[in-house]
Design a protein around this ligand. Structure first.
Ligand code: TXA
Ligand code: MG
Length: 354
């Protein structure tokens, strides 16, 4: 199949008549059971009609994703949530008031019309109202309910630019909407509202601290807090190998001087053993590293920038066929929790403390 790429510039939130026509066409593709990749404020999504089981099957096939891993349903108006969940609890209204449209997904008991193909066989459904204007337009033209996982081949880092989507999805889907880089760069926070107390199943841009402030104390899934606990994560997708570059990634934590000398020593030995070596470092330490490929992930002072760059930099190591990668570690407070969650998964939890 030929994948059509449609560029959307969308200056000051306004679409040109051609862009509007393109988005309407993309909506028709979704309603006709096809797949369209689109930008959101977090990462690019791979969209299909959430109420059509055949669309869900196509999404799993295009991603090479196990079909027990449920999809998030994207909406473009709060009221539409009532069409896919059994009831809207008070907490959901509060979260929607404060954070929607925006990068948080809520898990609630599903309504009957939501096919099990979309929820991976679960009786619950994940709902998200993204803020990206292109996503919102597409959802409106596409019938109001778009199921969309991140638009990467299963296991690869999530796409934060249309070129990443093209790398993974060209020839597999009908259309890609290219609206430039995703602003946040990490997937939405997932909050489970089906148990007595709200539980974070996946950390994201909306942090635990922010949720504590509006809901009172929320819990975090034990599998995220201590990944070696042997407990299965409640978001099925969090159990899979994910975000991983092709090369082996190791996180090195400690005082900056010790981290640099450990990494340089290891990279030197790896290189002598025939590996192609890489370092993922912060601006503050970058000039000190010695390796084949040294990539800057941003400044330690700016976590939002680190979040935005992480997946793209992991993909660049793949492009350069690096086989051994060392990364600095980050704080696990605030947005750092989401950054470290993705980095640890990418590293298969290989961490060295020096
Ligand atoms: O930011 C995002 O959320 C992006 C953009 C495209 O919206 N989407 C995204 O989807 O990250 P995906 O499929 O890559 O990740 C969805 C996660 C998976 O870990 C999945 O297991 C979990 O959400 N999930 C979905 N429905 C669930 C449910 N009913 N119960 C528990 N976890 C669920
Ligand atoms: Mg994903």
């Amino acid at each position: 199949m030929e994948t059509k790429i449609l560029k959307i510039r969308q200056e000051s939130g306004l679409f040109s008549p051609e862009e509007e026509a393109g988005l309407r066409l993309a909506g028709e593709v979704i309603k006709g059971g096809g797949l369209v990749a689109f930008p959101t404020e977090t990462v690019y999504g791979l969209g299909g009609d959430a109420l059509n089981p055949e669309s869900a099957r196509k999404i799993y096939a295009a991603k090479g994703r196990p079909s027990d891993n449920p999809l998030i349903i994207h909406i473009c108006r709060f009221e539409d949530m009532r069409g896919i969940v059994r009831e809207v609890p008070r907490e959901a209204e509060i979260i929607a008031d404060v954070f929607w449209p925006g990068p948080i997904t809520m898990i609630l008991p599903k309504a009957e019309n939501v096919p099990y193909e979309t929820t991976g066989g679960l009786d619950t459904v994940a709902v998200r109202f993204p803020s990206h204007p292109v996503a919102r337009k597409l959802i409106a033209y596409g019938g109001g309910y778009i199921a969309a996982p991140s638009a990467n081949i299963s296991g690869r880092p999530s796409p934060t630019a249309a070129r990443h989507v093209t790398e993974d999805m060209n020839g597999r889907i009908e259309m890609i909407l290219d609206a430039g880089d995703a602003g946040i760069g990490l997937e939405s926070t997932i909050l489970d509202l089906t148990s007595r107390k709200p539980v974070i199943l996946r950390p994201g841009f909306v942090t635990r601290e922010m949720l504590d402030r509006v809901l009172g104390k929320v819990d975090t899934d034990a599998a995220i807090v201590s990944p070696d606990s042997g407990q299965a994560p409640k978001a099925p997708g969090m159990k899979y190998r994910h975000y991983a570059p092709a090369g082996q990634l190791v996180i090195v934590e400690g005082e900056p001087g010790a981290v640099v000398s450990y990494i340089n020593r290891q990279a030197g030995a790896d290189k002598a053993a025939g590996e192609k070596t890489g370092v993922l470092g912060t601006k503050e330490l970058l000039v000190q590293y010695r390796a084949d490929v040294v990539k800057c992930i941003g400044s330690r002072e700016n976590e939002e920038n680190i979040a935005r760059n992480l997946f793209a930099v992991l993909r660049e190591f793949d492009d350069e066929k690096v086989t051994k990668i060392y990364s600095e570690g980050f704080s696990d407070q605030g947005l750092g929790q989401a950054i470290m969650n993705r980095l640890l998964k990418a590293a298969g939890h290989r961490v060295v403390r020096v």
